[in-house]
Design a protein around this ligand. Structure first.
Ligand code: NAD
Length: 501
């Protein structure tokens, strides 16, 4: 039977998407639309406005006009909006999960898992509501003595251009918008052209929560022209971006024009280090393979796509890894038994299949998968869970972010070699360490040049800093560091006696 998502489109009442500028839903100035094709079925899901540089001008002007009012609003006003929105998100979680399944085909089963859930996004808003009246500056004793005040203030950075990828729209919307609004910034947001509908619904809920006009504006459409207009706009003070390394580098380049502040959450080639004393090798294998094949089908920035495995447990790991890969199910994202997704579009499908060919050509051993799925799934961008063993760490599939269900397994002999292999990459987003030796766990964690490490497991925590070393990014999202990244520090000095003036 051919897969279709049409009934869900109707039951969720999907409407054509518009821009949201200065509190108004509008078709903008260009009259262009973008049609979204469902990644699992190839069907046209719906259309939305494909914005222009002129629409970005309007959105930035609205954000600038709203800035002073929002930046100086009562703390209570901002807290109430963030908390009301968190409550609305929780109330509308099922609807949002359904819209996400229409956008990026992340199955409902996985949309319920905390890391990519509406609940996690709501928790980020609840968390940041708590910062609104707590982050301030310091008053320092005067270094040169005497009656002198030396103080610092934290002030909102200004107008923020927030640019989202398609893979985890709930959490990533929250990680940018919540601290920006809490800090008193105003925002121009661009969702990914491959995950727009759920984000537009979130924006409607944010207005229901009482957000004043102009404080958050949305321009939908592709990276060029919409994203380009945002990152080069002289009225934008900061760009907060999550997406690929290539676009991240372009943003750094474009920021030079007006020296914009830049936060970047980019890709990874994160290693899992599985030592011979891992508490349970089969569970380690299931954890690693699960993250690379289930849910987002490896299209997750922090997935451990390189497994470095000690030679003593290498065969055991590969056996369990194959077992896990065989258990992954694909199909209709609204079907509860489906636990994984297709690749987001045809371009990404070709790219992943190209990497698989490259892996074979470069001499890695294909243990399982390696092909596109056919039959009922032939209209979608599905690729079978793929495991390569005996991969050399210098091979293309061990170095480049594939963003698909492809695991490269690399053997190692001792701890030093494992750490050296783990750090031998341009990326530095995350890592997993599997060992029962507590000292080894912390020793190795200290030596890894990455932003986040899971020891014998991993979970997303909405209040912990998250981000990358090296080419995986700049800055951190999550918690206090995120809030602070939407502020500027200002020093104010004042003598307290006439003689010192
Ligand atoms: P992408 O870089 O192709 O697109 C991301 C966003 O940037 C989209 O909204 C896109 O329209 C926009 N864009 C494209 N070109 C632009 C330009 N020239 N100027 C401004 N904006 C532009 O990435 P993607 O395919 O949507 O997402 C996958 C990537 O995101 C992977 O590399 C993944 O690792 C990364 N990612 C990182 C994190 C993290 O927290 N570190 C989380 C999720 C995804």
């Amino acid at each position: 039977m051919t897969l279709t998502v049409q009934p869900h489109r109707e039951s969720l009442g999907l409407k054509a998407g518009q821009l949201f500028i200065d509190g108004q839903w509008t078709d903008g100035r260009g009259g262009q639309t973008w049609t979204h094709q469902h990644p699992a079925t190839g069907e046209e899901v719906g259309g939305f406005v494909s914005g222009t540089a002129a629409d970005v001008d309007d959105a930035v002007a609205a954000a600038r006009a709203a800035f002073d009012g929002w930046a100086t609003s009562r703390a209570r006003t901002r807290i109430d909006v963030l908390l009301r929105f968190a409550a609305l998100l929780r109330e509308h979680a099922d609807e949002l999960r359904g819209l996400q399944a229409l956008d990026n085909s992340v199955p409902l089963s996985f949309g319920g898992i905390y890391a990519t859930s509406v609940e996690a996004a709501a928790d980020v808003f609840t968390h940041h509501a708590g910062w609104v009246d707590k982050v301030g500056g310091q008053t320092l004793p005067p270094y040169q003595g005497g009656d002198h005040l030396a103080m610092t203030f934290r002030e909102p950075v200004g107008v923020v251009a927030a640019i989202l990828p398609w893979n985890a729209p709930f959490l990533l919307f929250a990680q940018k918008v919540a601290p920006a609004l809490a800090a008193g910034c105003t925002v121009v947001l661009k969702p990914s052209e491959y995950a727009t509908f759920a984000v537009l619904r979130m924006v409607r809920l944010l207005t229901e929560a009482g957000l004043p006009p102009g404080v958050l504006n949305v321009v939908t459409g592709p990276g060029d022209p919409v994203g380009e207009a945002m990152i080069t706009h002289p009225g934008v003070d900061k760009v907060s971006f999550t997406g690929s390394r290539t676009v991240g580098k372009r943003i750094v380049e474009a920021s030079a024009g007006t020296l914009k502040r830049v936060s970047l959450e980019l890709g990874g080639k994160s290693p899992a280090l599985v030592f011979a004393d891992a508490p349970n090798v089969a569970i380690a294998a299931a954890t690693v393979v699960g993250a690379v094949t289930m849910g987002l089908s490896g299209q997750a920035c922090v997935a451990n796509t390189r497994a470095l495995v000690h030679r003593d447990v290498y065969d055991e790991f590969l056996g369990a890894a194959q077992g896990m890969a065989a258990a992954v199910t694909y199909g209709d994202p609204f079907e509860p038994s489906v636990i994984s997704s297709p690749l987001i579009n045809g371009r990404q499908l070709e790219r992943v299949l190209g990497y698989i060919e490259k892996g074979k050509q470069e001499g890695a051993r294909l243990v399982t998968g390696g092909e596109r799925l056919g039959g009922d799934l032939a209209n979608g961008n599905f690729v079978a869970p793929t495991i390569f063993a005996d991969v050399d760490n210098s091979a293309t599939i061990a170095r480049e972010e594939i963003f698909g269900p492809v695991l490269a397994v690399v053997p190692f002999g001792d701890e030093d070699e494992a750490v050296e292999l783990a750090n031998d990459t341009e990326y530095g987003l995350g890592a997993g360490v599997f060992t029962a030796d507590v000292q080894r766990a912390f020793r190795v964690s200290r030596r890894l040049r990455v932003g986040t490490i899971g020891i014998n497991g991993f979970q997303v925590e909405p209040h912990l800093p998250f981000g990358g070393f090296k080419e995986s990014g700049l800055g951190r999202e999550g918690g206090q560091s995120a809030y602070e990244a939407y502020t500027e520090l200002k020093s104010v000095l004042m003598p307290l006696t006439e003689e010192m003036m």
